[in-house]
Design a protein around this ligand. Structure first.
Ligand code: NAP
Length: 254
């Protein structure tokens, strides 16, 4: 391969913030990135124990990690997350993984409050965190470039399971944001891509929904968190150096 990698494709791993790294997909992403040599800032909202345990395990195995509490529905706490993560070194990557499904009811039963709570995490926090990352990584601001990966969902295109229409709409917003931000910072050393998982076995998917996979997923099963993490790690790596503004679907064919 030509050695003229863009600044967004460093050959050595760097510091990556993973939002919502205490459980599910974010936990698997944090563990995999640490195994690949990244220093990982593992964010969580309330579940300190699994985030702290993962950071400890990474450190004991010779890696670098710290668990950082920050409720991303609060803009001040998003800023604190980035300030604290700097203790690991200059930022090189952000995985906007934290997400919620919101209140699972029909649209005619949603309220301004339930929608605000959903939008604040899935959309506003994703954009504010990306802004913090761009301010630190963009060559326009004196940074060395970097990579942002946002977590979307196949729901963005399918419209969502019953009661999860607003959730699906937030993920469509994440995909549009991914494409637009990628354009905005493409010449500033930053690549921005998204991963759109299908049904994946985490706390977000109750057993009755997981069972659906047997019928609605062509491969007939839910995804494993490590299968999603692999796609995120690829988009963070130099192997994807010419990819920006893309959405990678990882859904067993759904
Ligand atoms: P999960 O198991 O429910 O975990 C959610 C994570 O987000 C937790 O670490 C949680 O922290 C964190 N979080 C929630 N609210 C937060 C807040 N206000 N501030 C900071 N962190 C917060 O979810 P998941 O299934 O792994 O989903 C991860 C991402 O993949 C989400 O964006 C989701 O929409 C997307 N996705 C999931 C699926 C699926 O089938 N599972 C499919 C498509 C897309 P605490 O532990 O502290 O609560």
């Amino acid at each position: 391969m030509n050695s003229a990698h863009s600044p967004a494709s460093p050959k050595t791993p760097g510091v990556v913030i993973v939002t919502g790294g205490s459980r599910g997909i974010g936990h698997a992403i944090s563990a995999l990135l640490a195994r690949e040599g990244h220093a990982v800032a593992i964010n969580y909202a309330t579940n300190a124990a699994p985030a702290e345990a993962l950071a400890r395990a990474i450190t004991e195995q010779g890696g670098r990690a710290m668990a950082i509490r920050a409720d991303l529905s609060k803009p001040g706490e998003i800023r604190t997350l980035f300030t604290r993560a700097h203790e690991l070194g200059p930022l090189w990557g952000l995985v906007n993984n934290a997400g919620v499904t919101g209140t699972k009811v029909r649209v005619d039963e949603q309220s301004a409050e339930t929608l605000d709570a959903l939008f604040n995490i899935n959309i506003r926090a994703t954009m504010l965190a990306a802004g913090e990352a761009v301010r630190r990584m963009s060559t326009r601001h004196g940074g060395k470039g970097g990579v942002i990966v946002n977590l979307s969902s196949v729901a963005a295109r399918l419209g969502g399971l019953p009661g999860l229409v607003p959730y699906a709409a937030t993920k469509a917003a994440v995909e549009t944001f991914t494409r637009g931000l990628a354009n905005e910072v493409a010449r500033e050393g930053i690549r921005v891509n998204a991963v759109a998982p299908g049904l994946t076995a985490t706390d977000m998917v109750p057993p009755e929904t997981a069972k659906l996979a047997e019928t609605v997923v062509p491969m007939g099963r839910v995804g494993h968190v490590d299968e999603i993490a692999q796609a995120v790690a690829f988009l963070l790596s130099p192997a994807s150096s010419y990819m920006t503004g893309s959405v990678m679907t990882v859904s067993g064919g759904r």
